[in-house]
Write a protein that binds this ligand. Structure first.
Ligand SMILES: Cc1cc2nc3c(=O)[nH]c(=O)nc-3n(C[C@H](O)[C@H](O)[C@H](O)COP(=O)(O)OP(=O)(O)OC[C@H]3O[C@@H](n4cnc5c(N)ncnc54)[C@H](O)[C@@H]3O)c2cc1C
Length: 470
């Protein structure tokens, strides 16, 4: 039930970008309504409870960690714009992470010198090239919305010749933020390189719940309106303008502007009449994620990495696989391997493993086969884990208490993205514009990815198009 049916702005989606945009607008006394089809906020970064255990949907790590005295960083900008203090987020730094590819290993943490020394140890012939790449990255203005798209693979080869080092640099950046098969837009590469290697990983001890509670509380205190469990069925267009949204029950709500985090093509498909859609810009990259709950903390068994990025293929293959899952590369996350307060360390631990998956193959299964395939894939992934983590046999057999597997269909359910495309469409809309003058995009398909990226996207699109700030 909506008290009033006309708003300054309607925001579609209560994911990270939608909530951030809503806060920013409500802060400037705009009358805002967020409409979300699920009953919980957070979108792809939500949470759920299963067998009395609390799980985050997506959170491995918050990127962009910098110490509090560093000013002007993306994290500082995010906090300033949303008027949130660092203490409210309660961030804990990672313990350290690794990139393992074809028998080689590079470790990194929140101090860039470690990665530099690891590159010098493992690839002494590339020290000069790596330094030149670094200086190119530091001088690149990745946030200019006017930058054209360019190929990362072609650019990185100008600096580094050893294909294995190229693979190892690209592996984490692809998995944490590329919507393109076997490549990445150069702007996105620079954003990700800075946010993962030059800045770093962290997270609140309570996981994503703390971030979502903070954002939703802030939005509510500012008087923002929210409709949950309520899908937008259509965006009604009249003379090149979006004039209203239509909800599932047929009710219409009008607004001066609409900001959508539902995805670029998905938003166009909601428009009535529907504008022409570019079929070549539909995302194909989707993931499975195995979640294993364990009786004790993996760190007690000697597993101290926060994240391990692994690749066993000679050529890094970051593309939609022809099989249900590509076991050749992926990400392993130990969600408790952060510098948490000792007295609040949990008793139980967990391991999450993310791999590329084929949406169509998962989507074509009958419900019974879907359940059966999930079981089979889970068993197979546990064996992959045992190979990548020598000495983990006992941990993964005697200590395992529960398992779950997210599939590309889960990602579709949480985001609404076609093909369960985790990072949306390959080619982004950096200005957030659509064919209609008052309908804008924020979040994944505007082009700032991940949790920090999507929050910054919500802020910057609200500033640029509605609050008209540069
Ligand atoms: C397995 C996995 C692990 C990840 N781990 C990390 C991580 O560790 N760190 C990190 O930074 N990022 C991570 N990510 C990425 C991160 O989750 C996303 O980039 C980010 O959450 C995107 O936010 P968003 O607001 O752009 O979109 P979304 O989260 O997709 O939000 C869009 C919202 O719009 C709603 N919606 C869509 N259509 C409609 C409609 N018609 N009507 C009403 N509502 C609608 C959806 O229900 C959704 O709530 C991970 C992703 C996955 C899949």
């Amino acid at each position: 039930m909506i008290a009033s049916s006309h708003y300054d702005t309607i925001v579609i989606g209560a994911g990270m970008s939608g909530l951030a945009a809503g806060i920013r607008l409500a802060m400037f006394d705009k009358k805002v309504l967020i409409v979300e089809k699920h009953h919980t906020s957070g979108g792809l970064n939500s949470f759920y409870t299963r067998n009395l255990r609390k799980y985050d949907v997506g959170l491995h790590a918050l990127t962009n960690y910098v110490p509090s005295h560093i000013k002007g960083s993306p994290l500082a900008k995010l906090l300033r714009q949303l008027r949130i203090s660092r203490e409210e987020l309660g961030l804990c730094e990672q313990m350290g992470s690794s990139i393992k590819s074809n028998g080689r290993c590079l470790r990194f943490n929140n101090h860039f010198e470690l990665l530099e020394s690891e590159v010098a140890r493992e690839f002494p012939h590339e020290v000069d090239g790596f330094q030149k790449l670094l200086s190119f990255i530091k001088n690149f203005n990745e946030l200019s919305l006017d930058n054209l798209e360019a190929s990362t693979v072609a650019t990185i080869k100008l600096f580094i010749k050893d294909p294995e080092l190229i693979n190892m640099i690209l592996l984490p950046l692809f998995y944490y933020g590329s919507s393109q098969e076997n490549d990445m837009d150069l702007n996105q590469f620079v954003i990700m390189f800075k946010s993962i290697f030059l800045e770093g990983f962290c997270k609140p001890q309570e996981g994503v719940r703390r971030i979502i509670r903070l954002l939703t509380h802030k939005y509510r205190m500012l008087g923002g309106g929210k409709l949950m469990n309520c899908a937008v069925k259509r965006i009604i267009i009249d003379k090149n303008k979006a004039i209203a949204i239509e909800l599932a029950d047929g009710q219409q709500v009008t607004a001066n502007t609409i900001l959508s985090s539902a995805g670029a093509i998905e938003t166009q498909q909601l428009c009535h009449p529907t504008p022409p859609i570019d079929p070549t810009n539909i995302g194909q990259l989707s993931f499975v994620e195995a979640i294993l709950s364990i009786k004790t903390l993996p760190r007690n068994w000697g597993f101290k990495d926060t994240i391990i990025f692994f690749n066993n293929n000679k050529e890094l293959s970051y593309r939609k696989p022809q099989t249900m899952v590509d076991e050749g590369s992926g990400v392993i996350c130990f969600p408790e391997n952060y510098q948490f307060l000792e007295e609040r360390l949990p008793q139980e631990g967990s391991i999450r493993m993310t791999l590329l998956a084929n949406y169509d193959l998962w989507n074509n299964l009958t419900p019974a086969l879907y359940r059966e395939t999930k079981e089979k894939v889970l068993k197979s992934l546990v064996n992959v884990l045992k190979e990548i983590l020598p000495g983990s046999n006992q941990l993964l057999e005697g200590q395992l208490i529960d398992t779950d597997l997210f599939t590309p269909l889960t990602i579709k359910r949480f985001t609404g993205h076609m093909n369960g495309a985790v990072y949306g469409c390959p080619h982004k809309f950096r200005h957030g514009q659509t064919p209609y003058e008052n309908l804008f995009l924020c979040g994944t398909d505007q082009g700032f990815l991940g949790i920090v990226g999507s929050i910054l996207s919500g802020i910057s699109m609200a500033n640029l198009h509605i609050l008209k700030e540069k």
